[in-house]
Ligand binder design. Structure first.
Ligand SMILES: *Cc1c(COP(=O)(O)O)cnc(C)c1O
Length: 379
């Protein structure tokens, strides 16, 4: 890779303004249309978005919800997780995954991740007890877990799978999309997610008609098509205004995935041969996985010094979850933890390089050149 200009750049971790600026005219038209119609709650733009997601994923049912965390609670409850159950989830995840289990009345059981940072199927199997009813795989960093291995365990032990696909919209394992494997799944539409809206938002999906109906009731006060209350429910609807924004975004989404994969390929090329670093698999390096690179999570044996070096060069990086896996947050009582030595070691090493569609090739080249300088490997 050619070394870019020597001028110092300033590269933020994420450019929130880009979400609007890149599609300004179409977004303004969509928002103006909704506001002029006064179409704010459960209107046609939401139905159109839900239809768009069903078509994109090839899934039978999709509902827009207020945020990904609510989506997880709704997915767990609609799938049949009960108070007192144990649900197995990796500790390398956002607190929301474990919180949703807690608020469904169940116990989060925190397990290890493997070398690819995804939930470790062997650790799942080892954590099962007579109270276990569900596995929650995290489709982390825009990659789908080894769903064959998890499905085999679930089938043999009669466990549900509820996918946390908050970071995985568009990612696939053996050709099948994240969010279409388990009894139920959730996606987040938080602005920094692969498909981000202008605030909070989420989606729940399922191929099961009975679960879909419970999801619909749960997200809107337990009300059925006639407005009559059938059961207890939440107010967790995706705003119609956000849905209209998302309809614009969804049209460009396949191209954005390709751009993320191109950026990941540039990183892989630019950081090749640095023995101290571990990179995510490059696009198509592994035929079972189609990754959408929600994040570009790397490992370095000299992480903190490398991050300080990048910061001095104007490059902002972050560590997911403020550098703390779920089991290390002391205030989260009522979880059960297993041996998490590998996760703890990973959290001495891992961090995120900038990865989003506002990045230019030149910026990725600049980041890679800065890292090569750190390792004394110019050029
Ligand atoms: C973002 C995220 C969520 C929750 O999404 P919100 O829309 O912010 O509620 C859940 N799990 C994971 C892994 C996430 O990254």
């Amino acid at each position: 890779m050619t070394t870019p200009t020597s001028a110092k750049l300033s590269i933020p971790f994420f450019r929130y303004g880009h979400l609007y600026n890149q599609q300004r005219e179409r977004l303004l038209a969509a928002v103006t249309d909704v506001m002029t119609r006064g179409a704010f709650i459960l209107q046609k733009d939401l139905l159109q978005f839900e239809e768009g997601i069903r078509r994109f994923l090839g899934v039978k049912h999709a509902w827009g919800v207020a945020n990904g965390t609510d989506g997880l609670i709704i997915a767990l409850r609609a799938a049949g997780v009960q108070p007192g159950d144990e649900v197995i989830v990796p500790s390398h995840t956002y607190v929301a995954s474990a919180a949703s289990i807690h608020f469904a009345g169940a116990t989060p059981v925190l397990v290890e991740c493997g070398a690819d940072h995804m939930i470790d199927p062997a650790a799942v199997e080892a954590a099962v007890t007579p109270r276990t009813t569900c596995i929650m795989p995290i489709q982390l960093n825009g990659r789908t877990c080894d769903m064959d291995a998890l499905q085999r365990i679930a089938d043999r032990l009669k466990l549900l799978i509820v996918e946390d696909a908050a970071q995985g919209l568009g990612s696939r394992f053996r050709g099948r999309f994240a969010g279409t494997f388990g009894a139920a799944a959730e996606f987040s539409l938080y602005p920094a997610k692969v498909l981000g809206c202008f605030g909070d938002g989420g989606i729940v999906t399922t191929n099961d008609a009975a679960i879909a109906r419970r999801m619909m009731l749960l997200r809107d006060h337990g009300r059925n098509e006639d407005g009559l209350v059938e059961t207890w429910g939440l107010n967790s609807r995706l705003d119609n205004l956000q849905a209209a924004i998302l309809n614009v975004k969804l049209a460009d989404f396949p191209a954005e995935i390709e751009r993320r994969r191109a950026l990941a390929a540039l990183y892989a090329e630019g950081l090749e041969g640095l023995e101290d670093m571990t990179l995510p698999p490059a696009p198509d390096a592994d035929s079972d996985h189609f990754d959408v690179y929600q994040n570009y999570e790397v490992e370095s044996g000299r992480r903190d010094a490398l991050r300080a070096h990048l910061e001095a060069d104007g490059v902002r990086t972050i560590i997911q979850w403020a550098g703390t896996p779920v089991h290390q947050f002391k205030g989260l009582t009522g979880t059960r933890t297993t041996d998490l030595a590998r996760t703890e070691r990973l959290f001495q090493r891992c961090f995120l390089l900038p990865m989003n569609t506002s990045l230019t090739d030149e910026e990725v080249g600049y980041i890679c050149a800065s890292i090569r300088r750190f390792y004394g490997r110019e050029g």
